[in-house]
Design a protein around this ligand. Sequence first.
Ligand SMILES: [Zn+2]
Length: 285
Amino acid sequence: MRWFGRESSGNVEDRRGFGGGTLAIGGGIGTVIMVVISMLFGVNPLQYLSNVTNKQQEQQVATSTTPEQDNQAKFVSVVLKDTEDVWDEIFQSQYNESYSKPKLVLFTQSIESGCGSASVSSGPFYCPLDSKLYIDLSFYDDLQRRFQAPGDFAMAYVVAHEVGHHIQNLLGTMEKVRGMQEGKSEAEINALSVKLELQADFYAGVWAHHAQKMKKILEPGDIEEALTAANAIGDDLLQKQSQGYVVPDAFTHGTSKQRMFWFKKGYQTGDVNQADTFASNNAGM
Ligand SMILES: [Zn+2]
């Protein structure tokens, strides 16, 4: 993908380097830790003490990021900007309203989201409650190594898929489907979740279509990279999530074939009105 030197989004919250969760700091031992941290960072601890006593305060443990990850962070930020420009245009032309942009949170290891805690093993996800996308950049390496889906556009597809969930949130589709799922059997709930996921893939394809039209972002092989990723992270190949965390995007995603079908359909048509993965037979192809 042509991205170097292009404009990046102002909606990225870079919370990398704060891995390992948070330390809740109250009085007592917490205050001692706070003092040690203050000293390490060359701040007068007495300044803190008055503020900290009897108050819950959070202090995060910093780790460093690599230049390669910084590069990936820049890339993801440019992709986010491209999604903003494309969806803004679509929302204006199709729905006659402006596009409410999501925030993208970059994290390492684990994160507290509006939908609960998540770890790196969750993979990228979208939280409808705070309208934020959460991505740990180590997923970039996972794509290349674990899923054998190399190339920058594979990662762009992943970002565009999460933005697709944001679109569903804005259009009310997500809420509608949650309503439809109430009181249903697990199989029916899953089937509806799959359709939601495939629609996010479709929206990712729609984005690629318009981003190419607007900005000529594609290089030879890019669409193949996205399709390889869609193929590789389908349900039938995806590992189960680790337990103990709330993972909003841990639903079934559909088979590899279905995911590729819907991404391609979005890319070829560029037409948001053909997003009906919920029509009977559609998801099954
Ligand atoms: Zn998803």
